[in-house]
Design a protein around this ligand. Sequence first.
Ligand code: HEC
Ligand code: HEC
Ligand code: HEC
Ligand code: HEC
Ligand code: HEC
Length: 487
Amino acid sequence: MGQFDMVKDFFLGISRSRISLIGGMIVTVTTPFLLSYMLADTVWHIKNPYFGAAVYLALGPVFLGGLAMIFVGAFFFRGERDVHLFTLQYMRRYFTEPDMFGRLRRNVFLIVLLTSVNFAVFSMFLYRAYHYMESTQFCGQFCHVVMAPEHTAYENSPHSRVSCVECHIGSGADWFVKSKISGARQLLAVATATYPTPIQTPVHGLRPARDTCEECHRPELFHGDKLNVTKRFLPDEQNSTVHDVLLMKIGSAGDRAQSSHGIHWHVAPENKITYRATEHNRMVIPEVTLTKADGTTTVFRTSDADELLAGTGTEGDMREMDCIDCHNRPSHIYLQPDEALDRKLAEGDIPQELPYIKQQALEWITADYETTEVARQSITDGLNSWYKEKYPQLISDQPELLAKAIEGVVKAYSENVFPDMKVTWGTYVNHISHGPDFDIGCFRCHDDMHESPDGKTISADCNTCHTLLAIEEKNPQILKTLQGDDL
Ligand code: HEC
Ligand code: HEC
Ligand code: HEC
Ligand code: HEC
Ligand code: HEC
């Protein structure tokens, strides 16, 4: 036998087994591509979701499959010449016969080298593949039609630099595994087109917010009030600017220095709030239970609670309140038509100088369209013809004004409405407020109708949560005072 017997036998074994041979070919062909792609990704952090999918979901597994085939073939499907590769007798001979052991020792270097190269490629692959599967590109863009609403809203939100997994998975191995199982289910649903449109909310398997939001935010350290100044625009000829000025009583979840109070009182460790909803969507909450640290409980119920909960089984949909019961849209924030246009006007994407643009745009973006393309066309045509008829002089003098407005209006629509996924205005309710009709968000509980046995109610007093300093005022005195204009 020659010097590199074991290595030679190994290759012989491979060449004699068709399975190994095919595996060998696969590995030879894929390795240079895989290595150079992974290197490119490591250096340049390639953001294209399909590049990642091609490398980590297709090429990588093919490479691993090839490797596996080589070994399976060499072990189990030997060819005409029985090479006994890696069998017990073969090993025993190598380790007991001094002559052969000497040869093995000489080959150790080669074996160690080959194994470490394999190990390096393999672990680099696992590492990069892990990062890809956790990336916003994979979660948000790979299934682009399905995730378009969530991804678009996310991109425009204050959390656009926080990756999807930081809220949806968080840290720890158990949630990682859970997420991969549900991820596989979701990929299957996309592949077989059995996903719901729109995607259901709330997310019932969502990790408790304590493990995600609180990795970054600490409501026990909040304090004081927060001034919210919102610019709005009226549907009149001037698109007049008005202001809402609210002092939000943010409060605190309580820390050593201060006791819990205000809005974040709900998430203080000493206050545990559980509630029962009539349906999975948590829109109607007939019963709320407050459990204090000393164990005393107060149950607040509406007068029709028994009736409402009767049809829902014995429990109702029971849940412990956390951040998500108010901040259910921290990142996927869909605006109402009015708000969406106000934002674009405030940011200058829609020029305020264009008469009646708020009123006209509101009409066009709230109509029903089959696709975003149809919407874009109809909005463009509709606004063009209206302004040509009513303001021909203005449109011929300053055509860019209308062109810019149309761009802004189409954006206000396409950032919030996604006909492909049946997401339209109001599909996803935001619970951080109560809405103009006082029926969602805080008012699911704070309606003065939830009563404890001793007659206390969950307060609907307008000053519980905020002080209304100005509502839709053109020149609010409070802003002049704050800006020092009246000194
Ligand atoms: C700041 C935290 C946060 C980030 C970042 C985030 N999400 Fe979410 N997401 C949520 C919360 C909270 C909900 C659930 C709302 C509920 O249960 O009412 C949600 C819900 C969803 C839903 C269910 C449909 C819906 O809108 O309720 C999908 C799908 C989703 N997210 C995908 C994504 C994707 C994709 C990304 C990354 C591009 C992402 N999320 C990033 C917090 C986040
Ligand atoms: C990885 C860190 C991280 C996680 C996790 C995270 N956030 Fe944030 N959040 C931030 C940062 C950073 C900002 C500030 C963004 C800015 O000011 O532009 C922010 C801002 C906010 C704001 C203020 C938004 C505004 O309009 O000014 C709220 C409310 C909020 N987060 C709630 C949540 C909730 C609820 C969760 C859990 C579902 C969450 N965050 C998870 C980092 C995080
Ligand atoms: C009872 C409802 C409610 C709960 C529960 C709640 N929040 Fe808030 N939070 C609010 C409201 C309302 C605001 C003010 C929003 C605004 O700017 O108008 C707010 C503001 C915030 C802000 C912005 C603070 C600032 O100074 O700008 C952050 C961050 C935040 N919440 C994080 C959290 C986290 C994390 C949790 C869970 C531990 C949580 N909240 C639980 C209602 C709630
Ligand atoms: C699931 C029910 C529920 C929801 C939803 C809810 N709350 Fe509450 N809230 C309560 C209960 C219960 C109390 C305590 C009532 C009592 O003991 O008088 C309370 C108390 C408060 C208090 C007084 C805290 C103190 O200092 O004692 C504020 C402020 C408040 N809530 C704000 C909000 C805001 C803002 C929202 C919406 C963003 C909201 N709540 C949503 C149940 C709820
Ligand atoms: C349980 C807490 C709570 C109570 C009670 C409450 N609000 Fe609000 N209100 C909020 C929150 C939270 C917001 C949202 C602030 C934001 O968007 O930043 C809000 C916003 C508003 C706005 C601004 C418009 C908007 O939708 O952004 C107005 C106006 C308003 N409230 C009026 C009232 C009036 C009038 C009452 C009394 C009938 C009342 N609120 C009672 C929590 C409350």
